[in-house]
Design a protein around this ligand. Structure first.
Ligand code: GLU
Length: 916
C-alpha cells in the first residue's frame, strides 16, 4: 500500500514538473496554447470577503466565456500580502508580472498602492482599484501621466465629499459635530469642514477611537451637554451599530438627534433594534440593494453561507447587503472581462502570447495600454450602477443614493439621489411618524378659546379649543398620539434664559407647546416655531362707555344753556327794538285804507306783537306777511336774518351729532389717550409676549407706559386674561391683550369693547425644542390647513359659535342714523305744549272778548260751550258773517246754526282808541 502510494506520488510529481517545464518553455517562447489573460489580485490577509468575491465573480466570468465560445480564457490568481509592507507588495507584484500577469487588482493600502500603481504604470500593466483613494484625481493640468494605467471604480474622494457637503447644505445645518477616526476621515470630511470658513456654520470636530466604547460614550455625552444634536460620523460600517448603541445608552438617540454616516455602507449591518429611538440616521450609498442584480447576488451569496464550504461566502454572516468594495470587486471583474473580450476580438494575437513584461528589465507589456483603453470605454451595468470612466481613469457619471434609516420599516431606505449633473434631489423626506410608536408630550396653557378642559359624560377629562382642534388635525394626519401637560402661564425668554413652557421645551421635557403662543424673536433663540397659523396684534380691552341717559329735551344740547338764554334775550330785545324803530321812522306809518286818500288815520303795522311775530318767523325760517318798508327797519330785519342764518346753521349742524354720538362717549380712543392720563390704569398679562412688547419697545410712548405700569400699586399685571377681564369690568382699567383674546371677550360680554388699532402684528405658532424633527412636518400641515381654510373655520367656530349665549351689538354705527323717539321726544313735547298753550290762549281770548261785550245775553260758559260745539262740527260751514263772532241768542243758533252778534261798530271804535 505504502509502495503504491509512493509510486503514485512520484508519478504525479513527474507530471507536475513536466508541466512546469513545458510552461516555462512556452513562456520563454512567449506562446500560449490559447488566448488567455492572466489576472492577479493583491489582497490583504484580512480581506477574505474580497478574495471570495473575486473568485466567485471570476468563476462566473470564466464560465460565461466558456459557454459563449469566445476563444478566451481568464486565469485568475490572488496573492495574500501584508498591505502595509510595500516592499512585500512590490515584490509580489513583480513576481506575478514575471509569471505573465496582465492585470493587477489592488491594493487599497495607501503606502503599497502607490508602488503598485507606479509599477503598473512603468510596465503598462492595467491596474484596477476598488477602494477609496485619498489621492487627487489626475486632470490634464496636473501630472497627466500619473497613474495613467490605473482605473478606480470607487468614486473619487472630491466628488464624494462634494456630495456629502451638498447634503449638509440641503439640511441647512448651522451647528453640528464631526467625529472621525483617522486622517483619511479628515480628508473625506474636508469639504464639509470648509463650510465653517464662511463663519455661519459652527462645527465641532472630535477625533475618536471608535473601538473604545467608553470614549465614544464620553464624546456623545459631551456633545449632548453642549446641545449638539447633529453629528457626522466618519467610521467603518462595522462600527455603526456600536456607535448607535452608545448613543442610545447616552440618551442621544431620540428624534431630536441626527446621525449622518460618511460610510457608503450604512445598510450593511443590522441597526433595526434602534428603530424605537427615533433619531434620524442617514448616509449616501453607491450600491442599491433593491436593484435586481444586487438582490439576486445577495441571495446567492447568502446561500453560500450555508453550503458545505461553511463561511466561504463573500457576504459575511450578519451582513444584510453587499458592501460597496465587494460589489466593486465584482464589477471590476466584469469590466476586465468585457475589455479583454473586446481586445481579443480586435486583436486576436494580443492575448495569444505572454506579456513579457518584467520589473527586472523594465519592459512594458505592449498591449497593456490597449486593454486599458477598452476598460475605459466599456459600458458595464454593474452592482454599483453604470460604470464609466473619465479620461484619467476616474469613475464618472455615477449616482449616489441618499438613504435614511426608516423607523417604520426598520431598514435603510432611499430618500433621494445625488449625481454630478443634477446634484442633490431629495424626493421623500417625510417618513410618517406613526411607527415611532411614541406619544408626544404637549404643553398647553388652559385659556379659552385656545385650550380648555372639560369632563365628558363618562367622567373623562377632555381638552378642547381652537389650538386643540388644530393639534388634533395635525396629529391625525401625521398619525401620532399626544398627551397634554397643563402649564399655569405662557412664560417668556430673555437674552439668557426662559421660563415656563419654553424652559420645559429646552429641557426636552415635552415635544410641543400648543396654545395661543406668540412667535417672538427672543423665544426663537431658544426654541423652534412652526409657521404661524394665525395673525393678530396687541390691542386694548376696555369697558364700554355707559350710554348717557336720553334726555327729553336733548334737542337743546347743540347749544349751551347760556346760548339759549342769550337767544331768548336777544330775541326779545330785537323785537322790541324793531317795534321802537318802526314807530320812530315816519315811513312805517301808512294809510290803512290806501283807496281812501282822505283818510286821516295812519297806521303802523309793527305793534309789539307783530314785531315779535316777524322776528320769531325769521328765526324759524318761515318769514311772515309783514314786511319792513323803510331802510331802518329793513336794516334791523337784515342783521337779524343774518344772525338767525348763522345760529340756525350752527344748530342744524350740531343737532344730529349731539343727538347720537353723545350717547357712547368713551374716555379713551387709543393707547396714546391712555398714556396721556393717569386716572384709568392699564396693564398686561404678567408673563407673556404683550408684557415683553412693552418691556422691549423702542417707542418712547410704550416705554413710558411700561414704566407707568411697573410703578403701579396695586400691580396692574394680571395672572390670566380672565383676571384682566374682571378688572376691566370693575372699571377704570384697560387691559392690553392680543386682538384674538379681546375679540373673544368682546363677543361674549356686551359690556366690553375693543379700543384702538393693533399696536403690532405677530403670529401664533406651535413651539418645539430646537432641532425638533417635527417642525417642518407640522409646518407643512399648518400650511395645508390654511390652504383648505380649516383654520379659518375653526376660528369662526371658537370665536363666534362656541359658548356664546348672547349677541352683543358691537358694531359701530354711523351717528347720523338711528335717532330714536327718545332723542326727538322733546320736539313732540314742544309741539303738543305749544298747541295746548294756544288752546288756552284761544279760550282766554274768547273770554276776554266776551267779557268786554257786556250785552251778551248768555253766560260766558254757555257761550263758550256753544262756540266749541260749533267749532267741532267739522261738516258745518267754515264761514260766518264777520260781525257775528259771538251769537246773540240760543234761538239764533237753533235757526241759523251760527251766532250773529252785531259788533262791527265797537270794533272800529276800539281801533280808533288804540291809535289815539
Ligand atoms: N400669546 C401670549 C404669549 O405667547 C400671551 C398673551 C399675552 O401676552 O397677551 O405669551
Amino acid at each position: 500500500m505504502g509502495e503504491e502510494t509512493s509510486k503514485i506520488m512520484f508519478r504525479t510529481e513527474r507530471y507536475v514538473l513536466t508541466a512546469i517545464f513545458l510552461l516555462s518553455l512556452m513562456k520563454d517562447s512567449g506562446v500560449r496554447a490559447e488566448n488567455i489573460i492572466r489576472v492577479d489580485a493583491m489582497v490583504g490577509y484580512e480581506d477574505t470577503a474580497l478574495e471570495l468575491a473575486f473568485k466567485e465573480t471570476m468563476n462566473k466570468a470564466q464560465q460565461s466565456l466558456l459557454y459563449g465560445n469566445k476563444n478566451l480564457k481568464i486565469e485568475d490568481f490572488f496573492s495574500r500580502v501584508n498591505l502595509e509592507d510595500s516592499y512585500e507588495v512590490s515584490g509580489e507584484v513583480c513576481k506575478v508580472i514575471s509569471f505573465g500577469s496582465e492585470v493587477i487588482f489592488g491594493t487599497h493600502s495607501r503606502s503599497s498602492s502607490e508602488y503598485v500603481t507606479s509599477l503598473c504604470n512603468q510596465l503598462s500593466i492595467p491596474n484596477l482599484q476598488i477602494h477609496w483613494d485619498s489621492r487627487e484625481v489626475v486632470t490634464s493640468t496636473k501630472r497627466p501621466d500619473r497613474d495613467h494605467m490605473t482605473l478606480n471604480l470607487y468614486p473619487d474622494h472630491h466628488t464624494l465629499s462634494a456630495a456629502q457637503r451638498d447634503l449638509i447644505k440641503f439640511w441647512d445645518w448651522k451647528k453640528f459635530a464631526v467625529l472621525y477616526e483617522d486622517n483619511d476621515g479628515l480628508i473625506r470630511l474636508q469639504s464639509i469642514l470648509k463650510l465653517s470658513f464662511k463663519g455661519r456654520v459652527a462645527i465641532t470636530t472630535r477625533k475618536i477611537n471608535f473601538l473604545n466604547p467608553e470614549s465614544v460614550k464620553n464624546v456623545l455625552k459631551d456633545l449632548k451637554n453642549t446641545e449638539h444634536q447633529r453629528i457626522i460620523v466618519d467610521c467603518h460600517y462595522d462600527r455603526v451599530h456600536d456607535i448607535l448603541k452608545e448613543a442610545a445608552e447616552t440618551e442621544a438617540l431620540s428624534e431630536y438627534f441626527h446621525y449622518h454616516f460618511m460610510t457608503l455602507d450604512l445598510g450593511v449591518t443590522d441597526i433595526s433594534e434602534f428603530s424605537e429611538y427615533g433619531a434620524n440616521i442617514t448616509a449616501l450609498r453607491l450600491v442599491n440593494p433593491e436593484h435586481g442584480a444586487v438582490k439576486n447576488l445577495t441571495e446567492e451569496w447568502k446561500q453560500l453561507q450555508f453550503n458545505i464550504r461553511g463561511n466561504r461566502s463573500p457576504l459575511r454572516k450578519g451582513q444584510l447587503q453587499i458592501p460597496t468594495e465587494t460589489a466593486l470587486m465584482h464589477d471590476a471583474v466584469w469590466v476586465l472581462t468585457e475589455a479583454a473580450l473586446a481586445l481579443n476580438e480586435a486583436n486576436p494575437t494580443a492575448l495569444a502570447s505572454y506579456s513579457r513584461a518584467s520589473c527586472d528589465k523594465a519592459a512594458p507589456w505592449e498591449f497593456g495600454a490597449d486593454l486599458l483603453g477598452y476598460m475605459k470605454s466599456v459600458n458595464v451595468d454593474g452592482l454599483s450602477g453604470t460604470i464609466q470612466f473619465g479620461q484619467y481613469g476616474q469613475r464618472e457619471n455615477f449616482e449616489l443614493e441618499v438613504v435614511k434609516f426608516s423607523h417604520e420599516f426598520k431598514k435603510v431606505q432611499k430618500i433621494g439621489t445625488w449625481n454630478s449633473l443634477s446634484f442633490l434631489n431629495i424626493t421623500d423626506d417625510n417618513e410618517s411618524l406613526s411607527q415611532l410608536n411614541k406619544t408626544l408630550k404637549v404643553l398647553t396653557v388652559l385659556e379659552m378659546p385656545y385650550a380648555g378642559k372639560k369632563i365628558d359624560e363618562y367622567g373623562n377629562v377632555k381638552y378642547e379649543g381652537f389650538c386643540i382642534d388644530i393639534l388634533d388635525y395635525i396629529a391625525e394626519s401625521m398619525k401620532f398620539k399626544y398627551e397634554i401637560q397643563e402649564e399655569p402661564t405662557y412664560g417668556n425668554c430673555d437674552e439668557k434664559e426662559c421660563t415656563g413652557m419654553y424652559q420645559k421645551l429646552i429641557d426636552r421635557e415635552a415635544d410641543l407647546a400648543v396654545a395661543g403662543i406668540t412667535i417672538t424673536s427672543a423665544r426663537e433663540k431658544f426654541v423652534d416655531f412652526t409657521k404661524p397659523f394665525w395673525n393678530l396684534g396687541i390691542t386694548i380691552l376696555f369697558r364700554k362707555p355707559k350710554a348717557k341717559p336720553v334726555r327729553l329735551f336733548s334737542f337743546l344740547d347743540p347749544f349751551h344753556e347760556d346760548v339759549w338764554v342769550y337767544m331768548i334775550a336777544i330775541y326779545l330785545c330785537v323785537s322790541f327794538m324793531f317795534f321802537v324803530i318802526a314807530r320812530l321812522t315816519p315811513y312805517e306809518w301808512c294809510n290803512p285804507y290806501p283807496c281812501n286818500q282822505e283818510e286821516d288815520i295812519v297806521e303802523n303795522q309793527f305793534s309789539v306783537l307783530n314785531s315779535m311775530w316777524l322776528t320769531i318767523g325769521s328765526i324759524l325760517q318761515q318769514g311772515c306777511e309783514l314786511a319792513p318798508r323803510t331802510v331802518s327797519t329793513r336794516m334791523v330785519a337784515g342783521v337779524w336774518w343774518f344772525f338767525t342764518l348763522i345760529i340756525i346753521s350752527s344748530y342744524t349742524a350740531n343737532l344730529a351729532a349731539f343727538l347720537t354720538a353723545g350717547r357712547m362717549q368713551s374716555p379713551i380712543e387709543s393707547a396714546e389717550d391712555l398714556s396721556k392720563q393717569t386716572d384709568i390704569k392699564y396693564g398686561t398679562l404678567q408673563t407673556g409676549s404683550t408684557y415683553s412688547f412693552f418691556q422691549n419697545s423702542i417707542f418712547p410712548i410704550y416705554q413710558r407706559m411700561f414704566t407707568f405700569m411697573k410703578n403701579q400699586n396695586p400691580p396692574v399685571f394680571v395672572k390670566n386674561s380672565n383676571e384682566g377681564e374682571k378688572r376691566v369690568l370693575q372699571g377704570d382699567y384697560a387691559y392690553f391683550a392680543e386682538s384674538t383674546t379681546v375679540e373673544y371677550k368682546v363677543e361674549r360680554n356686551c359690556d366690553l369693547t375693543q379700543i384702538g388699532n393693533w399696536l403690532n402684528s405677530v403670529g401664533y405658532g406651535i413651539a418645539l425644542p430646537k432641532g425638533s424633527p417635527y417642525k417642518d412636518k407640522i409646518s407643512q400641515r399648518i400650511l395645508y390647513l390654511q390652504d383648505k381654510q380649516v383654520i379659518k373655520q375653526l376660528y369662526s367656530k371658537w370665536w363666534t359659535k362656541m359658548y356664546i349665549n348672547q349677541t352683543c351689538d358691537n358694531e359701530k354705527k354711523d351717528p347720523s342714523n338711528a335717532l330714536s323717539i327718545q332723542n326727538l321726544g322733546g320736539v313732540f313735547v314742544v309741539l303738543v305744549g305749544g298747541i295746548g298753550v294756544s288752546i288756552v290762549i284761544a279760550v282766554f281770548e274768547f273770554i276776554y272778548y266776551a267779557w268786554t261785550k257786556r250785552d251778551i245775553p248768555d253766560p260766558i260758559c254757555t257761550q263758550l260751550k256753544d262756540e266749541l260745539i260749533f267749532a267741532l262740527r267739522c261738516w258745518g260751514s267754515s264761514s260766518k258773517p264777520a260781525d257775528h263772532v259771538i251769537r246773540a241768542s240760543k234761538s239764533d243758533l237753533s235757526r241759523t246754526g251760527v251766532s250773529l252778534p252785531s259788533l262791527n261798530h265797537e270794533y272800529a271804535n276800539a281801533i280808533r282808541d288804540i291809535h289815539a
